[in-house]
Design a protein around this ligand. Structure first.
Ligand SMILES: Nc1ncnc2c1ncn2[C@@H]1O[C@H](COP(=O)(O)OP(=O)(O)OP(=O)(O)O)[C@@H](O)[C@H]1O
Ligand SMILES: [Mg+2]
Length: 614
């Protein structure tokens, strides 16, 4: 079954996945290095705190017991120092912990902040095509987890790896003084346990993977259903979706239990007897020390140290799982970074031409990665100040042409010139600064109406925003909204009608005030009355500007200087409306096929409401 939201995820163990995990480790390691002022105390202080609490304080108790057993004085005055020593060491341990946690908090909070910034920057640098292949929901989860999982990574290093290793080293030094055999037994059995459970931990990982995949299937279905709630309602599909959800969470339960039980029944059944064996052997060695006349202190210390140290055995599994878990999840993001963006600014960009806003397509070749060639040697010349209408069948490549001009994708062959300069030699921001673009599906941010318009030109004055809104006839409906221009438009603008969204997009283009206008079906959702009004504003705007206007509704483009008919990625005809009608070719056919101003459905794909030809 395909897992929504996990498309493009490399298989575990594949070279790409390994590279992604290595890259995640580099990011996380780099973060620790960058904040070493916090990271070093974060890693060491809790470990030293544990050493005080679990290994140094027992030494005081052992010395006390030894003294009592040796028949020393047992009055308060002579025993008090031991108790105070014990208390002092415990207090020191707690103090080290508190300072350590202070540094952990800063390491993690700042690391998460920085990683979130780095992650978003990397996404913002990605090509347009990247976002066609990856879902927004999945990317959101991946980039945020990449930052958030740093917390678990550091926690595991601090609380489980360092907090166990440093005290273990200390324990070995102390035990060595009694007898090196104690150290050999302790380290030997810990290592043996590690080897014994390594294959089990790996096998368990396969179960964990299955469980994680089941969780992804649940979340994929939940987000898919919630995102399409209107469709679910409209098709009365609530019960169907609920049943699907029940099936998916049941599968998740089965797989979760399987992986948890494996941990309990297979791994811990090996670890538990090994830990008992280690502790018991340690005690036996201690008893056997000094030829059967062991020091009381050595026995007490051995007992305390072995019980503390063997606990690490139970944590092997968890350490592996948590480090692997956090790195695997971070790798889901870093694998997106393995392929660097291809649409890049040139190393030494040319300045954009100040005056000339002419556009030329020269032998342009382009195909989508998944498809057959769309353009193969396309030529199109639009002198500065010319207004062309781009028409033709659905799927003919009109929107693709607009995206190539914006350099959202790079051409495979030929070149595109703006003002006589190859757009690949301009800085992307400079190129796009020359173009006011209204896409076929206008993008709306869940921000206020005003912010949505002003998006086109940050820093535009309130008067400019309102002027653009008036020209695009946004003002009419804005005033009826509950908070006027301060109304939030909802996710993707769901609180606006299709035509209202288009008018907001047009207001943006007007506010953008760029020398080239690129309108892709910018007025298709407007009724003819509103379109006529908006057209007036657009005509004003197009004066002295170069304009490319894509439209199915021929009435929208009939007055353009030139009409270009695109079909199958080729310019099949161009000329003015009258010329093309006289030629009696493809355009004339489209025009005559229009029933009352619209192209018949088999010519255009989408059909709209029917409007009279002006
Ligand atoms: N992101 C994409 N990945 C792969 N193929 C694509 C992508 N976008 C468009 N195509 C394909 O490229 C061809 C041209 O699409 P394009 O959107 O440019 O057509 P169009 O002329 O704008 O059509 P319409 O009039 O319906 O808007 C179509 O066959 C389409 O399926
Ligand atoms: Mg299109």
């Amino acid at each position: 079954m395909s897992v929504p939201g996990s498309s493009g995820t490399a298989d575990r163990g594949s070279p790409d996945r390994r590279k992604a995990v290595a890259l995640a480790l580099r990011f996380y390691g780099g973060e620790l290095l960058r904040r070493r002022g916090n990271a070093v105390p974060a890693l060491l202080l809790p470990a030293l705190g544990n050493t005080c609490l679990a290994y140094l304080a027992p030494l005081a108790v052992a010395a006390l017991v030894d003294r009592l057993a040796g028949g020393g004085r047992a009055d308060l005055g002579s025993l008090l120092p031991y108790a105070l020593g014990f208390g002092g060491l415990m207090l020191l341990g707690e103090l080290l912990w508190r300072i350590g946690v202070h540094h952990i908090n800063r390491t993690e909070a700042r690391g998460i902040e920085h990683l979130a910034v780095v992650g978003m920057d990397a996404l913002l640098a990605k090509d347009a095509a990247f976002f066609h292949d990856n879902f927004a929901g999945s990317l959101t989860k991946r980039v945020l987890s990449f930052a958030a999982r740093f917390e678990e990574f550091v926690d595991t290093l601090v609380f489980q790896v360092f907090a166990n290793l440093v005290p273990l080293v200390f324990a070995c030094v102390v035990l060595w003084r009694y007898d090196p055999l104690l150290v050999a037994v302790l380290l030997g059995l810990i290592a043996l346990t590690g080897f014994a459970i390594a294959p089990l931990v790996r096998r368990r990982q396969a179960l964990v993977d299955q469980r994680e995949a089941a969780i992804a299937r649940v979340s994929g279905h939940v987000s898919d259903t919630l995102a399409n709630m209107d469709a679910v309602r409209a098709f009365a599909a609530e019960r169907r979706e609920a049943a699907e959800h029940r099936a998916r969470v049941a599968e998740q339960r089965v797989l979760a239990l399987r992986s948890w039980d494996y941990g309990n029944l297979r791994i811990d059944t090996v670890v538990a007897p090994m830990s008992v064996l280690t502790a018991t052997l340690g005690l036996l060695v201690a008893i056997g020390l000094t030829g059967g006349a062991p020091g009381v202190e050595a026995i007490v210390v051995t007992f305390a140290y072995f019980t503390s140290a063997t606990r690490v055995m139970f944590e092997f599994n968890q350490i592996y799982r948590r480090l692997e878990g956090s790195l695997t999840e971070a790798a889901q993001f870093t694998e997106l970074l393995l392929d660097p963006p291809v649409v890049l600014d040139p190393p030494s960009p040319e300045p954009p031409s100040g005056e000339d806003s002419g556009v030329r397509f020269e032998r342009v070749a382009f195909s989508y990665p998944s498809g057959r060639p769309l353009f193969d040697g396309l030529d199109l010349d639009i002198p500065a100040g010319h207004r062309i209408g781009l028409v033709g069948r659905s799927g003919g490549g009109k929107s693709t042409l607009t995206k190539l001009l914006l350099r959202l994708m790079d051409v495979d062959g030929g070149r595109i010139l703006v003002g006589g300069r190859d757009i690949a030699r301009l800085r992307q921001a400079d190129l796009r600064g020359l173009i006011a673009y209204v896409p076929q599906e206008p993008a709306m941010f869940h921000r206020s109406l005003r912010a949505n318009i002003a998006f086109a030109r940050p820093g535009a004055s309130e008067a400019d925003v309102l002027r653009a809104a008036r020209a695009a006839h946004v003002t009419e409906f804005a005033e009826a909204l509950p908070d006027g221009f301060d109304t939030l438009v909802g996710e993707r603008g769901v609180k606006l009608s299709g035509g209202q969204r288009q008018r907001v997009a047009l207001a943006r283009a007007i506010l953008r005030d760029a020398p080239i206008l690129l309108l892709d079906e910018a007025t298709s959702a407007l009724d003819s009355e509103n379109e006529a009004l908006v057209q007036d504003a657009l005509w004003q705007l197009m004066r002295d500007r170069t304009a490319v206007v894509v439209a199915h509704r021929l009435s929208t483009v009939v007055r353009m200087d030139r009409l270009v008919v695109l079909d199958g990625g080729r310019v099949v005809e161009q000329g003015s409306h009258d010329e093309l009608l006289r030629t009696g070719g493809a355009y004339a056919r489209l025009w005559h096929h229009q029933s009352g101003g619209f192209l018949a459905e088999d010519d255009t794909g989408p059909a709209g409401d029917r409007t009279a030809v002006p």
